[in-house]
Write a protein that binds this ligand. Structure first.
Ligand code: DC
Length: 220
């Protein structure tokens, strides 16, 4: 297995942004596991699969062809030849990916897939259960947090920048629902691993967060 650095945390904690930068600095592969759950959600939506239909759900997960491709500073997500990078970042997929991530069959297949990716690469693996379940032996584990208000505002700015005319109230409602669901599920709930380094990013800019992480990585 390659060297693995895990970054977990709730939506809007800054983990995607820092994971990408950190991976680049270290020359590691950035593994966006949220995008994997989002890709499954997109297929579920487009094929109108009932979440109770575990057979079809399993089939989708087992046959999924997710590819990540670095383009400049962006990481594009592909399903086969189709670029789904935009399609998976909608409010609907935010919630549906959280819904499907509660399902045991989905988690088992995604976990196996993530571990397989780590067999041949050094990873900065980002998600909800990287340090607790998928890579319990990772060399170093980070857990990023920020206040609810800060996380909601980050999401709001992100959506506005994309030209989405969403209100801050709607963002807050959706974020609260996803927080509750991701934290309270029985399988691989969002929580820091016992040996994780917790960083509160509320009043920190990205560079400061990266500096702190590099400090810990160099020490480990
Ligand atoms: O990180 P994200 O917002 O792109 O993730 C979308 C959803 O996928 C999130 O609400 C919960 C789920 N997820 C998960 O259960 N486990 C992971 N390792 C990553 C994401």
């Amino acid at each position: 297995m390659g060297d693995v650095i895990t970054i977990d945390g709730p939506a809007g904690s800054g983990k995607s942004t820092v994971a990408k930068i950190l991976a680049k600095r270290l020359g590691y592969t950035y593994l966006d596991t949220g995008a994997m759950y989002r890709a499954v959600a997109l297929l579920v939506k487009e094929n109108r699969i009932d979440l109770e239909d575990r057979y079809s759900l399993k089939r989708i997960c087992e046959s999924i062809k997710i590819r990540f491709m670095q383009q400049g500073n962006e990481q594009k997500v592909f399903l086969g030849e189709r670029d789904i990078s935009e399609d998976i970042r909608t409010s609907e997929i935010d919630l549906l990916s959280s819904d499907i991530s509660l399902i045991k069959e989905v988690r088992e297949i995604m976990t196996a897939l993530q571990r397989r990716i780590a067999e041949n690469a050094n990873l900065v693996a980002e998600g909800r259960d990287m340090g607790t379940v998928v890579f319990p032996d990772a060399r170093i584990k980070f857990f990023l947090t920020a206040t609810f208000e800060t996380r909601a505002m980050r999401r709001y700015v992100e959506r506005k920048d994309k030209g989405d005319n969403i209100s801050i109230e709607k963002i807050k409602k959706e974020l609260a629902k996803r927080d509750t669901q991701d934290q309270s599920r029985s399988l691989a709930p969002l929580k820091p691993a016992k040996d994780a380094i917790v960083i509160d990013t509320t009043d920190m800019d990205i560079e400061k967060v990266i500096d702190e992480m590099i400090f810990h990585i160099e020490k480990s």
